[in-house]
Write a protein that binds this ligand. Sequence first.
Ligand SMILES: [Zn+2]
Length: 925
Amino acid sequence: MEIGEKIYGFEVKEKKYVREVEGDIIQMEHLSTGAQVVVIDNQDVKKSFLVGFRTIPKDSTGVFHILEHSVLNGSRRYPDKATFVNLMKHSMAEFVNAITYPDHTVYPFCTENEKDFMNLMDVYLNAVFCPNVLTDKEIFEQEGWHFQCEDGKAPEINGVVYNEMKGVFSSLDSILEDEMSKAMFPETAYRFVAGGFPDTIPALSYEEFLEYYRTFYNASNCCIVLYGRMNTEQLFEYIDKVYLGKMKRSKPAKPVMLQKPVKRIRNKLYDKEKFGDQGVFASCTYSLGDFDNRERMNAVYILMQAIMGEDEAPMKKGLIQSLGIPEIQYFIMDGIRQPYLAVKIKNTDKETAGRLKTVITEQADRLCREGIGEEVLVSAINRLEFWMREKGGSRPEGIEYVLDIADGWAQGTGPCEMIEFEETYVKMRTLVKEGYFESLLREILLENAHEAEAYLEPLEKAEEKGKEEETEDLPGLSADDLLHKKDEPLTRAEEESGITYLRQEIPSKGVAYQSCYFDISDLKPEKVPYAKLFSELLGSLPTRTHSLEELVIEKNMWLGNARAYLEAYTNADDIRHVRLKFVMDISCLEQNLPRAVKLGEELLYDTILEQPEIILKRIRQSRMELERGFVTSGNSYASGRAAAHYMLEGAARERYNGIHYYQFLGKLLKNFDADQGQIIRELKEIQEKLCRKSNLVMSFTGTEKAYGDFRQLIAASGFCGSAREREPGWYQDKLLPGKSEAFIIPSEVSYVALGGIGEYTGKDYLLGRMVSFDYLWAKIRAEGGAYGCQMSVLPNQSWTMSSYRDPNVKRTIEAFRNTSSWLKDLELGEQELLNYKIGAVAGYDRTPKTYVQAKRMDSWYLRQEEPQVRAKVREGLLKASEEDLKNRRQAMESFAGEGTVCVLGNRARIEEAAGQFDNVTVLME
Ligand SMILES: [Zn+2]
């Protein structure tokens, strides 16, 4: 393809080789409609696709969010309402999603399989261009909002988006964010809640909804992005012939208009009865200029990482000290026409909140005068460059790229500007010496004409206030597509000087990953939370060779990521056999390996624990993080808590990761002054235990040469000389008593979990997916209005069902308990069964990112799970017949009927179901 060339109704406008993606970026336009297409033509087998529209809201009814949900509920060629859920269960896709942003909506997916790519692309294009919601009002009502009447009760509003947004606005963080947008953009579309404000959603009528669809979902307002190794000509032909070529040209939507500079302050009261007393929240926001200036935006990211990225970073440290608070956060709102920076504090008092702005100004002014420091800036540049290269995170790389390009397109910024960073980084390194970052800081924080403040305060009393066309089933893959099975990468295990080395043979792009596993299975259960606290403290305390400030710089300069934590591993042969490990993961660029090994050793063995103030701060932070977790992902805490009732691994996890740990931290906090000496002694005991290095396992992923270096470095380090015990013991603990519990949290929605022991076979794995996508989806999501639901069947033999952002509690528990009756009436048919198998086996075979794969392989080794086990599960899954699945009814009945229930959620909903629980606890006030 060359510039000016015309291919199937498209014309090539620009083409450029871009090193960051190792391929060409090609910009094209569809001639008759003006639709924009961007192709990233490289050799990545993980092919990605995105279709997107500019969607500019005129109010907070969430119309584009409801559209996003609705178009995925069946289309002309794929009329099944469950299209989207079917995609998840039928296709090999690794990523299938749809996202509504403040000014655009995108539908991206990623798959490794060529045929699957064609199928999915057609499903996506059919969904956005020919959705059934245009003629089927019920879809709008189910996804958007409707009245629901139950006998003897007043009608209530229900709907998937309505409930989802109620969940979002149960968090004061979301409310504060909304206030920030309103303050920054009083005159533009960004003052609206694009996802929908719960009380405003019911103002949207079906007719208006259709009108919005016609205005915004058309070819001239659309952008398509293709990424990876594929036959593009064939795709263009198809897209033109079946879709774009049949459409008329209309006017594309314009990007959101620019807000002229304003200075605003907004104050809002929140209802203390509804949210609990969470103190005062405050934020100061600063405009960062135009999205289009990506070089400046890159510089802003570096600047903020340097001065605010760590507790010890110069600005953050100054703010925390001057305000006398434990924590302060910042974030950069990017991806909108005028990005902004926000600095916020929460759970504070009015007086402190009132000083925030002044203190920011003082600190910025000090840094501008004294200078930020070359070392701090260079280390921030190194760190961001590591992130850009590694492209960590859970999403495939291709998805990151297509989303970035769509962000750019929505704001009128070209694709290359969104992807290229190498030159900018070279330039940034030279600018460090020229005072560039100090003047940038001055422009943003001291001389900004466009800025705002927003405050939330508790209020004592509650506030008053038709042509026939052939239809098709979802295009499926055939049984042949399943036969191909990738070989598993190998683990090479070797022993030397008492240490077991695992070399994980996976390619890793110049990055080295190392993990140390210390066995702490003989720890008494009540000491486990101290080990966790110790792991959380590493890196926030000074060491014998470095002050905290120096340590932070060292870490940023030489390490990619460093993390210590606890993990329990259930033995593959017997679930009563659990090992507890203290784990430290470190990644770095390979050339920095010597420094990384040294730093790891220093963190573990030379950390100075006599720092009560820092320990106190850490305890507060960990509690805050857990509280955030309870409200935003209560499902995982509910499932985890349930597991503590029926399996040893669950009991261990609860001590270091769950409600138990949260309550443990609460107790420490209460008597901290009196007990600090004892707490420090407990932590020291943990440190000494790790120094004995019993049964140390070290895993390494990187090149062969780096591995050789690694072995030498370890042999010469303090890690060497592990105390080997032939028969290390198993972790001992008691299970929690009782069968059901509920915890009240300040939230409008709830999280319900049911868990128990089950078998882990191919059949059961398949069954778990079917329960998720067929039964739970219909009962809990479509009928019940919850945002999500899932059944998981795990290798540790734990079965769990859970709901996410659920308006119900009682009804959900009943639905869980009744699962086996659904299984009794199940009628699948060959094709449907095959479809399930495809989705299940794809999930099983997927190639994860390097560090995820390495961790997974470590866990196979530590759990003593043989490759045959996985091969057998895979085979069992593929061979399962409908009869086999129905035969699992007995197992399902005892699991669903007798499993442990745990709920985190809304007080009223829990109280309605009080009879179901052994005990109800108020977890957060
Ligand atoms: Zn949604």
